[in-house]
Design a protein around this ligand. Structure first.
Ligand SMILES: [Fe+2]
Length: 246
């Protein structure tokens, strides 16, 4: 089984909770869909732990790129821009080099299964609406693509015969069997900054053998993560949104 993790955003408190979950279940396979840093107060601690996990697939997100290279992310909101500049100043040389070495997605997880940060054709594009999903399905050939970037868990399925597209609803803790005759775009949500008005961290388990997925939502010490953001001098809205899940 793989754990599909996206948008950690340097939230060590959330990441520790995911690691505890993985340890208890002896899960050792991880896929990282980008935005490892940016927003949160613990970029080095998160990257140090991540690198020790040796994820099967790890790719960059737009915030990783903006934190790794000066002059990127100029269109970000003020709190995000300030967080990137702060992160760049505080990253160890080793972690900065690591961020700069992250590949651009999409990458192949296994035959027919892709991992991307944003859309399969553009790491910066958001898949939010049905029309985005239609465009995304037309842009790759596999049966499944995991993506992140929106911080909203969920996704779409497409019947390639009838071309019918519909949303995939996932109840936390319940396996969803994937129909081998259909194609899927699936988003695990965000570990470090959920935005669907549910402050619990979000990720997905992927059982490749049985071709099924399960969404997980876990409580974590979001107050601690928020306090660390304030203590680091990062923008207060970054702490507040963790409590609201926005
Ligand atoms: Fe993100």
């Amino acid at each position: 089984m793989d754990l599909i993790l996206s948008d950690l955003h340097a939230n060590l408190h959330a990441f520790r909770t995911v690691l505890r979950f993985a340890r208890r279940r002896a899960v050792r396979r991880f896929v990282l869909l980008g935005d490892l840093v940016g927003y949160g107060a613990h970029p080095n601690q998160v990257l140090d732990r991540l690198r020790r996990l040796h994820p099967r697939v790890m790719l960059r997100g737009n915030h990783d790129r903006a934190c790794a290279y000066e002059g990127e992310g100029t269109h970000f909101s003020l709190p995000a821009r300030l967080a990137c500049a702060w992160t760049r100043r505080h990253l160890s040389r080793e972690n900065l080099r690591f961020l700069q070495s992250l590949p651009r997605g999409p990458l192949t997880l296994e035959p027919g299964v892709l991992a991307a940060h944003g859309a399969p054709w553009d790491e910066d594009a958001y898949l939010l609406q049905d029309r985005d999903a239609s465009q995304a399905f037309a842009s790759f050939e596999g049966r499944l693509c995991f993506f992140g970037h929106t911080h909203h868990p969920g996704g779409w399925e497409l019947d390639p015969v009838s071309h019918r597209l519909r949303g995939v609803r996932m109840e936390p803790g319940v396996w969803v069997d994937l129909d081998p005759a259909r194609r899927y775009l699936l988003n695990p949500g965000s570990v470090g900054q959920p935005r669907d008005r549910d402050p619990r961290l979000s990720f997905m388990a992927y059982d490749a053998q049985r071709h099924r997925v399960k969404l997980h939502r876990l409580d974590y010490d979001s107050c601690g993560a928020g306090r660390a953001i304030l203590a680091a001098g990062l923008h207060a809205t970054l702490a507040e949104r963790l409590q609201a899940g926005t």
